[in-house]
Ligand binder design. Structure first.
Ligand code: FAD
Ligand code: NA7
Length: 487
């Protein structure tokens, strides 16, 4: 390693992207250190090593979603002959749930620390910021500061939930940083923001037995296929989640009984109010880049968002790189951060030239009825290629396992976006139904291999599954034919 510096690679941020890059770099012989530090949330919540996904993101979210699915399954099981007690007496114990979730997270924190130790990655629980382009100052919990020098520096600091600038928001609101470890059951909850995090939280809270309301400023799931997004919202509403559309919160006050009085303004500028036990903000996230003192090294940020624009993960400061949620206009997803971090380490230390492909990354919204997608939405495909060049195939379907408990199938819906002519390449696939993530993952690989619509139709399905519906799809929107199942 380079004698001038303490490390070949210093990673700021021990989350998905940072840890993946660090592990790959040591495997390739580099000397690596990771700084990770969690600033407590406004409400005081803090957590261990591993970043957002493990502690306050994907993992606890998926576990709470699973808790919600199990509750649903208990109710269905009676129809399948299980002798369950009166459904009305079945309740979820919030403390038991959060304890189980937090215990799992702590075990992952522990395994991560052990892994860093065995791999000889030096880990410091310190908040890093730039001193110069090769030097980071790390501030420990006790206020002590330590200097680290490195040939290459990787910014992987991720982001944190934003709060609106309204009275009471910081004092009384919570965010996804707090919900998974909330000491008290959330009770009647207002979720402000209709991105995927807002919808997922409202979805599992409702299924766990809490009254949940989503306040939508404009549309649900901006950036996603809007027909699919509205179908998801409709399904949540059918299950009992309340939606307040075209509304902006204006004030939160604590009443003498401890409950929260929320004021909001509708699009006619009328003020409304209601009382909630919990107000959860899910209005988007802000990257933790300004805290790095980027001006000291002349690191450029996008002014409106404070995100970092990179070319192949390299910032405008040549030895400073960035991956993950801090990147401008890249999907904010764990596997994206991991893959980019790993490939960067291979290019820096392994003579690789392979670059990250941010196109056609699949994702899933874990709403009560899940929504998985890959590639272009209907509206994006039409905006890019023109309506004449695009064919939209769609179908409603009935999952076999829904029949016996007579579950509502009205929102089980799929869509394929493809070129109308030529090779009829598939540009996007959209699935609403059970296990959407499991369904869509393999199709994402097919799309990477240039899947065409004829090839999709030539694929023999697996029966009886929900994924096979994609191999049966044939009705085009253009035909005006009924996409409802004919059986
Ligand atoms: P992070 O994982 O956020 O890690 C950054 C780390 O750096 C943090 O530990 C932070 O405390 C630390 N840090 C920050 N500043 C400093 C500093 N100056 N010095 C030292 N350390 C610092 N993605 C999915 O793919 N699937 C999902 O289902 C999913 N669900 C999600 C649900 C929720 C509620 C949330 C909030 C996110 C979810 N995500 C999901 C997104 C996913 O968590 C992020 O995309 C991913 O964690 C980004 O990784 P990262 O490495 O960029 O940053
Ligand atoms: P998103 O996807 O950025 O969604 C934020 C949501 O919050 C969205 O519905 C916004 O409505 C709404 N919003 C934003 N600001 C406000 C204010 N001030 N008041 C009320 N509502 C507001 O954020 P998530 O937290 O779901 O996800 C975070 C990121 O993770 C996201 O960028 C994904 O890429 C991954 P809008 O549509 O802007 O009117």
């Amino acid at each position: 390693s380079d004698q001038k510096f303490m490390y070949d690679l210093l990673v700021i941020g021990g989350g998905s992207g940072g840890l993946a890059a660090a592990k790959e770099a040591v495997n390739l012989g580099a000397k690596v250190a990771v700084l990770d530090f969690v600033t407590p949330s406004p409400r005081g919540t803090t957590w261990g090593l591993g970043g957002t996904c493990v502690n306050v993101g994907c993992i606890p979210k998926k576990l709470m979603h699973q808790a919600a699915l199990l509750g649903e399954a208990i109710h269905e099981s009676a129809a399948y002959g299980w002798q369950v007690p009166d459904p009305k007496t079945i309740k979820n114990d919030w403390q038991a749930l959060t304890t189980a979730v937090q215990n799992h997270i702590k075990s992952v924190n522990w395994v991560t620390r052990v892994e860093l130790r065995t791999k000889k990655i030096e880990y410091f629980n310190a908040l890093g910021y730039f001193k110069d382009q090769h030097t980071i100052c790390g501030k420990m919990k006790n206020g002590e500061e330590k200097l680290f020098t490195a040939k290459n520096i990787l910014i992987a600091v991720g982001g944190r939930p934003r709060y609106p600038d309204i009275p009471g928001a910081l004092e009384y609101g919570i965010s996804s940083d707090d919900i998974f470890s909330l000491e008290k059951a959330p009770g009647k909850t207002l979720v402000i923001g209709a991105g995927y995090i807002g919808l997922e939280c409202a979805g599992f809270l409702n299924s766990l037995g809490y009254d949940a309301t989503v306040m939508v400023r404009s549309i649900v799931l901006r950036g996603f296929d809007q027909q699919m997004a509205n179908t998801i919202a409709q399904e949540m509403e059918r299950r009992g989640v309340h939606f307040i559309y075209q509304a902006k919160p204006s004030k939160i006050e604590k009443q003498t009984d401890g409950r929260l009085l929320v004021n909001w303004v509708d699009k006619e500028r009328q003020t409304h109010q209601d009382i909630f036990d919990t107000v959860l903000f899910a209005i988007g996230r802000k990257p933790l880049t300004e805290e790095l003192k980027p001006e000291i090294i002349g690191l450029q940020l996008i002014p409106e968002t404070a995100k970092i624009d990179v070319i192949d993960e390299q910032t405008n400061v040549p030895n400073v790189y960035a991956v993950g949620d801090v990147l401008h206009k890249k999907p904010e997803l764990t596997p994206v951060a991991i893959h980019a971090g790993r490939l960067l380490a291979r290019r820096l230390f392994g003579n690789s030239t392979e670059q990250m492909d941010y196109i056609n990354v699949a994702t899933t919204v874990f709403s009560p009825l899940e929504y998985g997608c890959v590639g272009l939405s209907e509206e994006a495909a039409i905006a890019i290629h023109g309506e004449e060049k695009i064919e939209i195939y769609h179908a409603y379907y009935k999952p076999t396992e829904f029949f016996i408990p007579q579950k509502d199938v009205s929102n089980c819906y799929i869509k394929v976006v493809a070129f109308r002519n030529g090779d009829q390449r598939v540009l996007g696939m959209h699935f609403i139904g059970p296990n959407a993530g499991e369904v869509i993952q393999g199709f994402a690989a097919a799309i990477k291999c240039n899947l065409t619509f004829p090839k999709l139709k030539d694929t023999v399905g697996i029966h009886p599954t929900v994924a096979e519906e994609f191999t049966r799809i044939s009705v085009t929107k253009r035909s005006g034919l009924d996409p409802k199942p004919q059986s």
